[in-house]
Design a protein around this ligand. Structure first.
Ligand code: TYM
Length: 327
């Protein structure tokens, strides 16, 4: 039986990359599969320091945001990772199957450890093992993620295979599901991905940005000195990123967009894309503002979600504990 699982860290409001790379397909998948789980990965978020009050608020904000994007709690199980304690328990078992060199090359560690004091925590280092545990705890088969999570998924697959070889066939090997625009780039520097932690304010479009903010960010988007609109992600990453955003949000193919944009220069096209984004994000922003005033409803959704997730997780963890020899 197919099971869909994915997660997002509650470290601030999601951006257009999160939406296009993940959230948009999360909404579609709940219509296609019976068992769908989306986790607010609070355990992952504390791998770098977080202020407790801010984290607490961000978890509810993320719940509001997921609902506002169209995740339906009667179809998908939305829950807070830390509330299902088996995530951490399975992560421990899997960490004992994972070698140090296997983790050293993974992107999260390579990038973030450099910006942390003392090279980063042990938790930051073993972050991908916890992610493998998230996925395997539900014996998940499909994992909708953006391009930057591919290596984490490969580790998950390797870990599942290794467990199966040592203890007997148990975990399905999960596959990534990726949207066609799998990597959205920074609007200020098209060589890097759009990210929540980018210090440049104009680089990242958040789902709660106002129409005015969106227009400014797209007007100032870095492109190049060619004025036509073409799609060439290698040669012209800046304008191609705009086409990719347009394509993901309107469903038009990149070729079609290029055809239909003949005669437009990139500065005109930037305004077109800004309008596409505004059109898509305005209802999400408004719904999110409404839901943020419904704190007890959000808590109830997360509580119910955690109950259902725990019911699925418990028998899997129980089997693992038996196979390992704990029971
Ligand atoms: P996170 O919170 O960084 O991002 C959430 C999702 O957004 C995608 N994404 C992007 N997609 C396209 N372009 C971008 N610029 C971009 N930036 C982010 C990510 O690929 C991701 O799908 N470790 C995960 C959270 C996690 C998880 C899991 C995911 C925890 N457990 C289990 C899948 C399965 C993370 O930090 O995502």
């Amino acid at each position: 039986e197919p099971r869909v699982f994915s997660g997002i860290q509650p470290t601030g409001i999601p951006h257009l990359g999160n939406y296009i790379g993940a959230l948009q397909s999360w909404v579609q998948l709940q219509e296609q599969y019976n068992t769908v789980l989306y986790s607010i990965a609070d355990l992952h978020s504390i791998t770098v320091p977080q202020d407790p009050g801010t984290l607490r608020a961000s978890i509810l904000d993320m719940a509001a945001c997921l609902l506002a994007c169209g995740i339906n709690p009667s179809k998908s199980c939305i829950f807070q990772q830390s509330q299902v304690t088996e995530h951490a328990e399975l992560a421990w078992i899997l960490s004992c199957l994972t070698s140090m060199p296997r983790l050293r090359h993974l992107p999260q560690w390579k990038v973030k450890s450099q910006t942390q004091r003392n090279e980063g925590s042990v938790g930051l280092f073993t972050y991908p093992v916890l992610q493998a545990a998230d996925i395997l705890l539900y014996r998940s088969t499909h994992v909708p993620v953006g391009d930057d999570q591919v290596q984490h998924l490969e580790l998950t697959q390797d870990t599942a295979r290794l467990f199966n070889r040592i203890y007997g066939d148990f975990f399905p090997i999960p596959r990534a599901i990726m949207s066609t625009s799998k990597k959205i780039r920074s609007l200020r520097d098209p060589s890097s991905k759009m990210s929540k932690s980018d210090p440049q304010k104009l680089a990242t479009v958040r789902l709660t940005d106002t129409p005015e903010e969106i227009v400014v960010k797209f007007k100032k988007a870095v492109t190049d000195f060619t004025s036509e609109v073409t799609y060439d992600p290698e040669g012209r990453p800046g304008v191609s990123n705009l086409v990719a955003i347009d394509s993901a949000l309107t469903g038009r193919g990149t070729e079609e967009i290029v055809q239909q944009s003949r005669g437009m220069d990139t500065s005109q096209y930037k305004l077109t894309v800004a309008q596409v984004v505004i059109h898509k994000l305005s209802p999400i922003r408004e719904e999110m503002q409404r839901l943020q005033r419904e704190q007890s409803y959000l808590r109830e959704v997360l509580y119910q979600g955690a109950q259902r997730a725990q019911e699925m997780a418990a028998p899997v963890y129980d089997s693992v504990a038996r196979m390992v020899g704990f029971r």
